[in-house]
Design a protein around this ligand. Structure first.
Ligand code: PMP
Length: 364
């Protein structure tokens, strides 16, 4: 027995076992350098090779063209909520926000400090269970960008395709923190994609931004250097000391995803995992309930409640005793949430659905 358990946390989240083992094997003396990767200069040859490989492997995985810069940043996706309007808007410019859950709501609220942020759709009155029909979006003709959250980590609502900004000069901007690299994405549709690493591709500490190069260089004068994409693009993410260890782990994850054959296959595995979990919920005769509209249910974060809500605590405790942990829903919504990112094995979801059926039988 390895002692590893099934970790359904929303982030930081489970990472591929092979990546953890490789990092462990390389930790003490990285490639014969006599030190670990976290002890060495970010400007030395070993780390230079790591960050370059992280970037080139990510470019391969997502098919990112040379028209885009790939930046390894700090401050979490939360910092991007400010960096995006600071880089893409002059102070009076407007930008449109679609709010499908807590994270896009936070992005919208932060952006209000740095541009004229318009809320053009909100799913709040329907408890964030939907994605709008794109034809219904009343986009502002002068908006510089249209911001969406590709996958709402708390509410489990995921875009299955993407709206186009109605104004052809406007950009589509997406927070993909919780579904980054879970499926192929046509990057060319976006002006900017950003994602905190700690769900699908690494530990916390690094945030990846994929930015169309022609958008770089127009940041508002008040923009702190650490939030200015030009500063980071010009110095290949080495303007200051980057989160070296986090980037190293991301590089291992990208390598692993390529070895698995890339993101089309990864998406199929994710569909299969999410499929058996949603089926179990839907076939429970209302014992388990997922409120999210079927067509936009997340492949990554599966929130559900028990009809007998007083049993939820017991459900979470019993699951933990069987080696399935971190199933508690976000403190803002309660219930249960199973986060089943790329690195969650099929066996983990199989075990969870078997437990769910057994729990239902034992507590009718
Ligand atoms: N956006 C989404 C979709 C998230 O899930 C999270 C983190 N849970 C954030 C933004 C905020 O990320 P961070 O904690 O890295 O700032």
């Amino acid at each position: 027995a390895t002692g590893r358990i099934f970790n359904f946390a929303a982030g930081p989240a489970t990472l591929p076992e092979s990546v953890i083992l490789k990092a462990q094997a390389e930790l003490y003396n990285y490639h014969g350098s006599g030190m670990s990767i976290m002890e060495m200069s970010h400007r030395g040859k070993e780390f230079d090779a790591v960050i370059k490989k992280a970037e080139s492997d990510l470019r391969l995985l997502l098919g990112i063209s040379d028209d885009y810069a790939v930046l390894f940043l700090q401050g979490g996706a939360t910092t991007q909520f400010a960096a995006v309007p600071l880089n893409l808007c002059a102070p009076g410019d407007s930008a449109d926000f679609v709010v499908t859950g807590s994270w896009s709501d936070k992005a919208f609220k932060e952006a209000q400090k740095f541009c004229k942020a318009n809320l053009i759709w909100s799913g709040k009155s329907e408890k964030y269970t939907k994605i709008p029909a794109f034809d219904d979006l009343k986009q502002n003709p002068d908006a510089k960008f249209l911001h969406i959250c590709g996958n709402e980590t708390i509410h489990g609502v995921e875009f299955k395709n993407y709206p186009s900004p109605s104004n052809k000069n406007a950009l589509l901007v997406a927070d993909m923190s919780s579904n980054f690299c879970s499926k192929p994405v046509d990057v060319s549709k976006f002006g900017l994609i950003y994602a905190g690493a700690q769900k699908n591709v690494g530990p916390s500490g690094v945030t990846i931004a994929i930015v169309r190069k022609d958008l770089i260089g127009n940041a508002q004068p008040i923009t702190p250097v650490m939030l200015d994409y030009k500063i980071h693009a010009d110095s290949a993410s080495l303007y200051n000391t980057p989160p070296c260890f986090a980037i190293y782990i991301c590089a291992l994850v990208f390598e692993d995803l390529l070895e698995q054959g890339g993101l089309a296959g990864v998406e199929k595995k994710n569909q299969k995992k999410a499929g058996i979990l949603y089926d179990t919920i839907d076939e429970s005769n209302g014992y388990y309930v997922c409120p999210v509209e079927k067509s936009v249910r997340s492949l990554m974060n599966v929130p559900f409640t028990l009809k007998k809500s007083d049993l939820e605590k017991k459900f979470i405790e019993e699951a933990a005793k069987e080696g399935m942990v971190q199933l508690k829903g976000h403190r803002s919504v309660g219930g249960v949430r199973a986060s089943i990112y790329n690195a969650m094995p099929f066996a983990g979801v199989e075990k969870l659905v078997a437990f769910m059926k057994d729990f239902q039988a034992r507590h009718p």
